[in-house]
Design a protein around this ligand. Structure first.
Ligand code: GLA
Length: 378
């Protein structure tokens, strides 16, 4: 998390008064990738890397925002039909509009924000941003009236309507509901979820950021979703959650090879999430790891959301003896998530950095995973 004092000072300097601070985190996901918009299960946890903002109402109908990391300023009306054109500010504008649509009497405000969720790393910096604003505006103008799931859905609606990414609910859910030390299993169809204390004795999680920036806006992410929807429709089910292997095989002749493979990945991932839940009950991390490698195979070959750099990182992880490794998040770059024995940690980090540099002449980044809390007032 970034030093909140920097934001307090910047706020004071710009607006000549004090503001209140809120924070919301990025996330990891152990398993269950691209299952959320298919009505399936996901297994995320919030991380310590967060977006933090300092805010105060300003008695007008204008938002005066400054993003410290991007050194980006924007002034826009909360009632304006179009809002700012800059993508980063569209998240802010979208949340404002969606909060108003949800019945919160949002007024103009001054705000300064920044954070340490790496952009384009698959750790959901955009969900952190949306959730931070949704939580803050709900507190400031709504007396905390909307519950966390509603706020998560406001974040998701912002992606859909103002940014054009037809994402599922996982990232915003995790950013709103995270709890220190726990992963969460969310049933994306019913919205029910459970906390799973994460104490993998003798093992740990680490992310390796390939530094290939993924960008879901305008990316084939939406195409993946459309493939799934086409198959679900032909199978006569609401989402692929309800499509069986048998149904998929029966439909095979009617499907393009691409749609078939996309659906095959999703059905496989449903099975893997259940296998991982089982293995976690037994403390069987070797099985968890094997399932992670299988997920990567599906994401790379059938879902086709990996890239050369990430495949290299996964192969390296396997070679060095990492228990489980796969691409994490939406795909097309970003991070791998690695489950490994404590005793291998130092050697793995050193070796993977060395070989990645040699192969691509790029420094990959080691990001230790610390499971943190969800959106909150500081
Ligand atoms: C992105 C989306 C999520 C989810 C993942 C893939 O992070 O925002 O909703 O679909 O990709 O699991």
């Amino acid at each position: 998390m970034i030093d909140t004092n920097i934001l307090y000072d910047e706020f004071q300097r710009r607006f000549g008064r004090q503001g209140v601070a809120y924070s919301a985190p990025g996330r990891i996901n152990l398993i269950g990738e691209h299952t959320d918009y298919n009505g399936g299960f996901v297994f995320p946890g919030a991380v310590e890397q967060s977006i933090t903002l300092v805010i105060s109402s300003n008695g007008t109908n204008k938002v005066n925002a400054y993003a410290t990391d991007l050194q980006l300023e924007a002034l826009f009306s909360i009632n304006g039909p179009d809002g700012p054109s800059d993508v980063n500010m569209r998240y802010v504008y979208g949340v404002v509009r969606e909060m108003i649509a949800a019945g919160i009497a949002v007024e103009g405000f001054d705000v300064v924000y920044g954070g340490d969720v790496p952009l384009g790393a698959g750790m959901s910096s955009s969900a952190a941003l949306e959730c931070c604003f949704a939580y803050a505006l709900n507190d400031l103008f709504g007396g905390g009236r909307l519950d966390r799931m509603t706020l998560a859905k406001i974040g998701q609606a912002t992606e859909h309507k103002y940014v054009g990414v037809m994402c599922g609910i996982m990232d915003q859910f995790a950013s709103m509901h995270g709890r220190k030390g726990s992963l969460m299993r969310l049933d994306c169809r019913s919205g029910e979820f459970e906390y799973f204390p994460w104490n993998p004795e003798g093992y740990r999680l680490v992310l390796i950021n390939s530094c290939v920036k993924h960008e879901l806006v305008g990316s084939p992410y939406n195409d993946r979703r459309r493939s799934c929807e086409r198959v679900a429709q032909l199978a006569g089910v609401e989402t692929l959650r309800d499509c069986t292997w048998q149904q998929l095989e029966q439909l095979r002749q009617q499907l393009s090879d691409e749609d078939y493979r996309r659906a095959r990945y999703v059905l496989g991932e449903k099975d893997r999430v259940l296998a991982v839940c089982d293995a976690l009950q037994r403390g069987d991390y070797e099985t968890v790891g094997q399932q992670m490698y299988l997920t990567h195979e599906g994401l790379a070959k059938d879902y086709e959301v990996s890239c050369e750099e990430i495949d290299f990182l996964v192969d390296e992880a396997r070679r060095i003896g990492v228990t489980g490794c796969r691409i994490m998040g939406g795909g097309f770059g970003g991070c791998t998530i690695n489950l490994l024995k404590d005793s291998l940690y130092d050697a793995f980090c050193e070796e993977v950095q060395r070989s990645y540099k040699k192969r691509f002449d790029v420094d990959c980044k080691i990001i230790p995973v610390v499971i943190g809390d969800g959106a909150r007032r500081l």
